[in-house]
Design a protein around this ligand. Structure first.
Ligand SMILES: [Zn+2]
Length: 463
């Protein structure tokens, strides 16, 4: 380790050795030595490039158009063949501004972000008392108590490696506004669907045309504040939201391939979504996924496999899943020749498990990979793969799915926030995950393996 000590730079920022108090322990030296140089982790470099050089890229925005240009150029630079765009009509929602304050009992600003597809408030905003509820069922039981008020959904999101806390809470974001509207409320605030306890509010879709109420997420720290104030008495809040439904625009799924040598008509599809929310630069969601699939596929540019490897960077996942739906519609006739689809949209963490869903022999077909996957930190699980929102419509056509599951323990701290920037990327997690995707692709596109078809009864994705 002495050699490493002399050449490494440590977290204190100074060349080693550090000042005595900041000197790393033996285990830190070891982990520094084992850590890859971020500049050599292609998935990381690509994710950072998309986040930095394109920026926010909500469907139909100027950023979205630049993202499509970025993806096309990167695929060409990486040496992919048949690089092209497939047009997708995307709905457009535009945020103008939002602002919220506690008016009484203790005037102060609240950190809020309008949800995607929120209606605007009247120009002067909505001023009303809040009515706190802790579940969708509570909202159903509101009766007249919420008439003219602001319904405040205070439902925390559990932290979990597999991210299941998000799946439990996100229905509040989609169904909460409609229930509040039915109860006669004037507006909705909801606790951010996120696991942090800070002041970055988390945006996200509430679904287009679901509710006419102005709806904003409040940061988790401010949700706790509203709860504490509410326990002491009435809380009046002012909420201003300015946002527009801007109709439809044209975007694109961006596609590139590494043509197969023996069976080019048989395709292994790797997907991620190119768009992001508008509040951050979407480094983790989902520039990380774009970086992962581009990096893993590019490994085979100079050593093509028997089957075609196709990367699809999908449009408009965040506001409508328009890209994933359109892809499956346009490629339905080819579905039988898609031998596998894999989607990366779970952030930047290290891989911990690999799953498959297909015909009865699918797990057996991946059997020869079991030892290598285990050694790479992502052993094969007996549980069925889920897929993801963009490949869900392909699964519905019977296309087998492989999931490379990443540790999502911290993913929902930054997901859909202004803090989703390259500082949150984990080069080591991305390097390990790239390796697992490469193993899967080398096997499924490199050998005549048959994952079968997803049986009719299992084509609806399950979380
Ligand atoms: Zn995403």
């Amino acid at each position: 380790m002495a050699v490493a000590l002399a050449t490494l730079t440590f977290a204190c920022g100074a060349p080693a050795p550090c000042p005595r108090e900041a000197r790393p322990t033996a285990s830190e030296v070891h982990s520094h030595a084992a850590r890859p140089d971020p500049e050599r982790v292609l998935a990381y470099v690509l994710a950072r490039s998309l986040a930095d050089e394109v920026g926010p890229r909500l469907a139909g925005s100027e950023g979205d158009r630049r993202a499509v240009a970025w993806a096309t150029a990167k695929m060409q630079e990486l040496g992919f063949a048949n690089v092209h765009r497939e047009a997708v009509k995307v709905p457009v929602w535009t945020r103008v501004r939002e602002e919220a304050r506690v008016l009484s009992p203790a005037p102060q600003a609240l950190a809020v972000t309008a949800l995607g597809w929120s209606a605007p408030t009247p120009p002067g905003g909505v001023e009303a008392e809040i009515v706190e509820v802790s579940s969708l069922a509570d909202a159903d039981a509101l009766g007249d108590r919420a008439r003219g008020k602001i319904v405040f959904y205070n439902v925390p999101t559990l932290r979990a490696r597999d991210g299941h806390g998000y799946g439990q809470t996100v229905p509040v974001r989609f169904e909460g506004p409609t229930k509040a509207e039915r109860a006669g409320a004037a507006a909705v605030l909801l606790r951010s669907v996120g696991t942090d306890d800070g002041r970055f509010p988390h945006t996200g879709s509430m679904g287009r045309g679901t509710s006419r109420l102005p709806t904003a997420a409040v940061s988790n720290a401010d949700a706790d504040l509203l709860h504490r104030l509410g326990q002491r008495g009435a809380v009046r809040v002012k909420l201003v939201v300015d946002a527009r439904d801007d109709g439809e625009a044209e975007s694109a799924n961006v596609v590139g391939e590494i043509p197969g040598t023996a069976a080019p008509g048989e395709v292994v599809l790797l997907g991620a979504h190119l768009d992001s929310w508008d509040v951050g630069t979407g480094a983790v969601d989902d520039a990380a996924g774009c970086g992962l699939v581009l990096a893993a596929a590019s490994r085979f540019v100079r050593a093509p496999l028997r089957r075609t490897v196709r990367v699809v960077l999908f449009a408009a996942e965040e506001n409508s899943v328009s890209g994933g739906k359109e892809y499956a519609r346009a490629h339905a006739a080819e579905a039988d020749r898609l031998v596998m689809a894999l989607e990366m949209d779970h952030g930047t963490g290290a891989p911990y498990e690999t799953r498959v869903v297909g015909g009865p022999g699918a797990a057996r077909a991946l059997g020869p990979l079991a030892a290598a996957l285990a050694a790479a930190g992502a052993p094969l699980s007996a549980e069925a793969a889920f897929g993801g929102t963009d490949v869900g419509p392909l699964r519905a056509l019977g296309v087998p799915i492989v999931d490379v599951r990443q540790d999502a323990s911290t993913y929902f701290d930054v997901h859909h926030t202004a803090d989703d920037v390259p500082a949150r990327l984990d080069p080591e997690g991305l390097a390990k995950t790239t390796r697992v995707i490469e193993l899967v692709v080398a096997h499924v596109a490199g050998e005549p393996v048959d994952l079968g078809r997803v049986p009719e009864g299992e084509r609806k994705p399950r979380h």
